[in-house]
Each structure stands twice: as C-alpha cells, then as structure tokens.
Design a protein around this ligand. Structure first.
Ligand SMILES: NC(=O)c1ccc[n+]([C@@H]2O[C@H](COP(=O)([O-])OP(=O)(O)OC[C@H]3O[C@@H](n4cnc5c(N)ncnc54)[C@H](OP(=O)(O)O)[C@@H]3O)[C@@H](O)[C@H]2O)c1
Length: 326
C-alpha cells in the first residue's frame, strides 16, 4: 500500500510517499481502507519532534513512522474477537495510540471506532475526533460551562478551537476567541462574541477576566493566566510549550490553594461516547466541522506545511481515496 513515511524528525521535507506492507489486524483490531484523514497539530508536533513531549517513546527517531490519526473509511477486515463491526461498514475514529492514518490502510482498535452517520461525509467525520473530544471534555466536563459565563478560547481558529467556540456558545457562554489576524473573521463566523488578535494584543493584560479559559497553545506564565481568571475561574491547557506546561503542573495547585482559581493541564481521555455525542451535534447542524482545504495523499507534506505556516482555519483533510460519499 502507499503511505507517507518519515524516519527522522524534521520539516515536511523529510516525508516520503512510499510503498509499504499493508498492516494486518490483531484479534481485537479492524483493518480500514482509509478514505479521508484529517491533519492535527499533533501530526505536526510528531513530525518535528517539538514540543519535547512529542518525542515520548522516540527521543531520537520517530516512534510512529506513519502519522495521521483522525481517520474515516470502510472496514476491509476484522480480527477474530471484533464483534461490533463487519467488512464493508463505514467507520471513523481516532487512532492516535498508534497513528498510521496517512496511508491507504490502517488498523484500529475496535473500541476507538464508531459507525459513520449517514448524514455526514467521510471528510466531515474525519475532521471531528481529536478536536471535538478535546473541546467537549474542556467545555462540558472540566469547564462545566453555564449560560452567561465568560469563556475565552486561546487558539480559537484551529482544529480544537473551532469546536470549543461552537460548544461554548451552545452551552450559553459569552465567548472570546483568540487567534492570528487571518483567522479572526472565521472565529467570529463560529459564533464568538469577541475576538482578539494574538499578534496585537495580550489577553492576559487587557483587564478582562473569564470564568473559563481553554488554551490549546499555552505560552504564558501561570501568573498571567491567574490574572485573566475571575474569582473561582478555571484555566485548562491542552497543549503548549513544555516549560509552560511544567509550570502549570507545579504551580497550578499552589495557586488554586491560595486564590481559589483553578489552573490545570487537561489530559484528554479518548472516549467513544464523547466522539459519538460530538458527531451527533455535527449531524444535527449544531456544530460545524469546518474544512479549510483538501489535499491528496501525496500532498500530505503540503498539507502539513500549510498547517505549520499558520494558515489553516479549522481543519485540512487528506482525501486518500475518492468515493461517492467523500
Ligand atoms: N492534552 C491532551 O491530552 C491532548 C490530546 C490531543 C492533542 N493535544 C494537543 O492539543 C493541541 C490541539 O491543537 P489544535 O489541533 O487545535 O491545533 P491547531 O489546529 O494548530 O490550532 C492552534 C491555533 O492556535 C493558534 N495560535 C498559535 N499561537 C497562538 C498564540 N500565541 N495565541 C493564540 N493562538 C495561537 C494557531 O494559529 P497559528 O496558525 O498562527 O499558529 C492555531 O490557529 C495540540 O497542541 C495537541 O498536541 C492535547
């Protein structure tokens, strides 16, 4: 099968389209013919080996030579213990535990997959998993957003941020979205009440305070985040620099004890129920999985370059195989 392979960390230039052996499903796995796979920031991080946490399990060489985790396609073969799926089923899910989605076929654990709803295309469901589950767990579960609360999404125009803005609005919050100049109209179109251009304004220095801050790109000190929180407010980082995440880990609990403000890292738990719920919201039209551009499998390097250069609004999707329902 064809796959996009990288054997060392680096820029998209290290990626190669190669002929590799098709994977064989284990007893509890499903082999999927990939129709569509979306590109996540985590693919970029695993390609470049930065931040350092992306090198977990592969300090000098990549642990996963084929990236790509949010996949959608058709079941080609099932392992002998698989009970929920059969050959021909249309499925999607998050295979980030082993990656391998930038390929014609990928294996996935049965419990990471859901049936594709009829009302959404393969490319739409491929755009949902990681970003939507991060946002659901941040906004609904950890944030417990209530109507009228003030919520700020830092990185609002990206793959997770676009879901977070829409979910926070759905839960009745007054939402501020922060991103770069080119993404602000997009962030407003998602429903954000206020927008902040991070290249021109520091949201922790403008005197505003929030009940919840969900941050996909933690790059400030915990004290700055504390300043931007209302009394009893909560801040959750889902991604960012290792230094900042360590600071949050070490000082967050102390700030909580002394001020009542919660500053934490959100470790996202892959959860099929959450994925299905987010997908139902998309099928009902309450949340839109916005796709900025589509690329072919051989264009994965261009797609990652586009992400790395800061252009992607929402998600980009790789169409691996054209079919009637892409
Ligand atoms: N905690 C967990 O368990 C868990 C699980 C999965 C993934 N993650 C992490 O969650 C994050 C998800 O990110 P994503 O997929 O949404 O990435 P994304 O699509 O790249 O979106 C990030 C957005 O933040 C913007 N941004 C960059 N610097 C900024 C700044 N200083 N202030 C405000 N916005 C800024 C980016 O704009 P530019 O284009 O200008 O850079 C981009 O629009 C990744 O870091 C991933 O590793 C965490």
């Amino acid at each position: 099968m064809k796959a996009i392979v990288h054997t060392k960390y680096g820029s998209p230039d290290v990626l190669r389209l190669k002929e590799v052996e098709r994977p064989t499903p284990k007893d509890n796995e499903v082999l999927i013919k990939v129709y569509a796979v979306s590109v996540n920031r985590s693919d970029w991080e695993n390609l470049t080996g930065s931040p350092l946490y992306a090198r977990f399990g592969g300090l000098l060489r990549p642990r996963h030579q084929i990236l790509g985790s949010d996949i959608a396609g058709r079941v080609e073969m099932v392992g002998r213990n698989v009970s929920r799926f059969q050959t021909g089923d249309e499925v999607f899910g998050d295979v980030s535990f082993r990656m391998g989605g930038f390929a014609e076929y990928v294996c996935a654990l049965e419990e990471t997959l859901a049936l594709k709803p009829a009302g959404l295309t393969f490319e739409q469901v491929a755009a949902i998993p990681q970003g939507a589950v991060i946002s659901l767990q941040g906004i609904r579960d950890k944030g417990q957003v209530q109507p009228g609360q003030k919520v700020l999404i830092n990185g609002a125009g990206g793959g997770a941020g676009m879901f977070a803005v829409q979910l926070a609005k759905l839960y009745g919050a007054e939402v501020t979205g922060v991103d770069n100049t080119g993404k602000l109209d997009f962030v407003r179109s998602l429903g954000a009440d206020h927008i902040i251009d991070y290249t021109k304004e520091d949201f922790t220095k403008n005197g505003q305070q929030y009940d919840l801050i969900l941050d996909v790109i933690a790059n400030r000190s915990v004290f700055a985040y504390k300043r931007a929180l209302r009394p009893n407010g909560s801040y959750f980082a889902v991604g960012g620099s290792v230094t900042r995440l360590l600071q949050i880990l070490l000082l967050g609990p102390w700030i909580g004890r002394t001020t009542g403000k919660k500053i934490r890292i959100l470790a996202v738990q892959p959860n099929l129920e959450d994925l299905v719920h987010a997908t139902e919201l998309c099928e009902a039209g309450k949340v839109v999985p916005f796709i900025d551009r589509r690329f072919s499998l051989s264009e994965v390097p261009e797609a990652l370059r586009y992400l790395g250069e800061g252009f992607v609004k929402g998600k980009v999707v790789i169409i691996v195989e054209l079919n009637n329902h892409s």
